[in-house]
Design a binder for this molecule. Structure first.
Ligand SMILES: [Zn+2]
Length: 497
């Protein structure tokens, strides 16, 4: 038992997958030359008027629905005032008192027990515009003996969704699990690509400790350490490492007698190179931003019907629902279901078609998670670029099931299909299948049963393994027998008496 409870809340920003910015028609492509995707609106030039991007609003509502939030039917925009070189307007257009979504939760898997799930509550989900990027060149500064900042405003005005969790997480591992599940969900419903390298997903973490009274620490009541907000977290691993570091640092400060009174919330930075946190500045209170309603934009009204339509569009599309469908409807193991779900919605969709068209869910899962995913990983391609459609692969699986293609030739057929993309029928003619007609199989099974009464008796008494020796005997009669097909035929005859 730890002598303290860890209290973690996360603020996540995700860039929405729109073609244009939130309040103007500028493009949103990543990596364009600096200041080439800008206009008077996103620069905040006098007289320029913003216009809301309906698609961005729709995606925000979609995310809020998927996160089980209550959707505000009536929202307005607010100016969050602060000055920064990468924010030429001097304010950020955001949502203050009427966010897109209120409340809600995300279900995560307990990092200590994969069977257990728990809910992390959310305060709110709101839409706002992104700021530009500041870049510093320390070398150039040294040469010119002057501090300079270069500004790229391509990012200014991009639609950002802010998701604020409640302080419901109790370990750095849970925070990691929350981020993983959040990313998977947002990618599944097509709201964001969540690419951390390109800054489409950013996260700030809030952490403090509740230290319980004990004889050794002589506390009279629970002591709460000051809340530290950690910024500059560039990967999920960095989030986990920074939170673990900060837990130890805060407890050590307490042991050193440093926490005596109330402290304001502080902002710290994660130093990835040194793997430590360091202090940055004291956190602004929301009153410092002097929020006030944006006079240039109309309020957004969304009807019950529109919310219902969004809800319907994500039905069966959330990772927990897909996992459930795979295990309950298709009877896959939790492990197989997880492998498919974690590979993304397109892979799950491929599976559904494969299982439906082949009529064999278990074999579909095997082919998908073993052969298909191996090739995707090797060639580093998405499933959309896999040469075989689900319908084509399904025909191969069905042909194996019905005995048209012997099981021991399955891999050879698959390899040939990948190369030539020819149909099962063409390949059977081309490769030549040594398959045995059902009548022949029946005849061999009957002969084996007649010749081996003792073994049959053993099987009937429940010694299932004994069937292996009969398959061996059958193979001696005809070496081309497919073991699985023959076993099925034999079992049917034994059970029929
Ligand atoms: Zn613009």
């Amino acid at each position: 038992m730890l002598p303290y409870t860890i209290i973690i809340g996360l603020e996540t920003h995700v860039q929405l997958l729109t073609e244009t910015k939130l309040f103007c028609g500028c493009g949103t492509i990543f990596g364009q030359p600096p200041n080439t995707q800008i206009c008077p609106v996103c620069l905040g030039l006098p007289g320029a008027l913003p216009v809301i991007n309906r698609e961005a609003y729709y995606l925000a509502v979609k995310a809020a629905c998927a996160l089980n939030c209550e959707i505000s039917r009536n929202t307005k925009w607010d100016r969050k005032n602060y000055y920064y070189p990468d924010l030429p307007k001097g304010f950020q257009t955001s949502q203050f008192d009427y966010p897109v979504g209120v409340g809600g939760h995300l279900t995560i898997t307990d990092p200590a027990d994969a069977e257990k799930q728990r809910e992390v509550g959310l305060f709110r989900v709101h839409l706002e515009e992104d700021a530009g990027k500041s870049m510093h060149d320390e070398e150039a500064d040294k040469k010119s003996n002057m501090q300079s900042t270069r500004i790229d405003l391509n990012r200014a005005g991009m639609p950002l969704l802010e998701i604020v969790s409640k302080p419901d997480m109790r370990s750095p591992e849970e925070a990691y699990s929350y981020l993983t599940e959040l990313k998977l969900l947002l990618m599944y419903i097509g709201v964001s690509d969540c690419n951390m390298q390109e800054g489409s997903l950013r996260c700030d973490a809030n952490i403090n400790l509740h230290i319980a009274p004990s004889p050794s620490n002589r506390l009279k009541e629970v002591l709460k350490t000051p809340i530290i907000e950690i910024k500059n977290l560039n990967s999920f691993r960095a989030v986990r490492a920074a939170l673990a570091y900060e837990t130890n640092r805060q407890y050590q400060c307490f042991l050193d007698g440093e926490y005596v009174g109330d402290f304001a919330k502080q902002t710290w930075l994660w130093d990835e190179a040194k793997q430590i946190t360091r202090q940055m500045r004291t956190k602004e209170e929301s009153s410092d931003y002097r929020y006030f309603p944006e006079p240039d934009l109309l309020p957004v009204i969304i009807t019950d019907k529109e919310v219902a339509e969004v809800q319907k569009s994500i039905e069966y599309r959330k990772p927990p629902d897909v996992r459930k469908r795979l295990t309950e409807q298709y009877l896959l193991s939790a492990y197989d279901a997880d492998v498919i779900v974690n590979a993304g919605w397109e892979v799950a969709e491929y599976f559904f078609t494969l299982a439906k068209k082949s009529g064999n869910a278990k074999q579909s899962a095997n082919w998908l998670t073993q052969e298909v995913m191996r090739i995707l990983n090797q060639q580093n391609i998405p499933i959309a670029e896999f040469p075989l459609s689900a319908e084509t692969l399904a025909k191969l699986i069905a042909a194996i099931d019905t005995g048209k293609i012997p099981r021991n030739q399955a891999k050879a057929f698959f390899a040939e299909m990948l190369k030539s993309q020819e149909s099962v029928e063409t390949l059977i003619q081309k490769l030549g299948v040594v398959s045995i007609p059902q009548e022949e199989l029946d005849k061999i099974a009957e002969q084996i049963i007649a010749e081996n009464p003792n073994i049959i008796a053993e099987i009937l008494q429940g010694k299932a393994k004994a069937i292996g020796s009969l398959i061996g005997k059958a193979k001696k009669l005809n070496k081309n027998i497919d073991p699985a097909l023959f076993e099925a035929c034999l079992k049917a005859k034994i059970n029929a008496g």
